[in-house]
Design a protein around this ligand. Structure first.
Ligand code: GAR
Length: 190
């Protein structure tokens, strides 16, 4: 069984999707072995409901070093699923190739510092973009700059709002996140 550590800051609907798709076999031969949050959030409740070990490390300058100490060495993949702290470059380097993030936009557009959650969708509306989507990418020390693993978009219509875009993006995320994780962990499988 491959071991996945998931980092969360919020509702954790992507965490839920990963738990479910590990159980259903869509993500093959893997389980969520640990959930780490940088604040109190519903993601921790989801972990508890599934009897998955969890830790809360308060966000701040020591987050990355404390995280480095609790992540088991035999972890196969670290997944940022709606995680809002910026990890230190040393941590990203230590786990290079084994750490991924999901971003609610079509990177390289609408990424970088300050581009998270609803801020992204408001910026997309403001820029009168014709499309948006979600991107799964490797985490490097450059914010949202790592190599893209999987990306999928959809057309924005005149009636869309930041809220409706957020909802549509979640649906895209639920599709591409398990696929990307399975691809990385079981590359023979896709
Ligand atoms: C997701 O849309 C994710 O892409 C985004 O936060 C949401 C978390 O939802 N992440 C970022 O903005 C990170 N830059 P969830 O907690 O329900 O999975």
């Amino acid at each position: 069984m491959k071991k996945i550590v998931i980092l969360v800051s919020g509702s954790g609907s992507n965490l839920q999707r990963i738990i479910d798709t590990c159980q259903s076999g869509e993500i093959q031969n893997a389980k969520v072995s640990l959930v780490v949050a940088d604040r109190e959030c519903y993601g921790l409740v989801r972990a508890a409901k599934h009897h998955i070990k969890s830790e809360l490390i308060p966000k701040g300058k020591n987050f990355s070093s404390e995280l480095a100490q609790i992540i088991p060495e035999d972890t196969d993949l670290i997944v940022l699923a709606g995680f809002l702290s910026i990890l230190k470059p040393e941590f990203c380097e230590q786990w290079k190739g084994k750490i991924i993030n999901i971003h609610p936009a079509l990177l390289p557009k609408f990424g970088g510092k300050g581009m998270w959650g609803m801020h992204v969708h408001h910026a997309v509306i403001e820029a009168k973009e014709k499309e948006s989507g979600a991107t799964v990418h490797y985490v490097t020390s450059g914010i949202d700059e790592g190599e893209i693993i999987l990306q999928e978009g959809f057309a924005i219509d005149d009636t869309d709002t930041a809220e409706s875009i957020a909802e549509k993006i979640h649906l895209v995320e639920f599709e591409i996140f398990p696929k990307a994780i399975n691809k990385i962990l079981n590359s023979h499988a896709i």
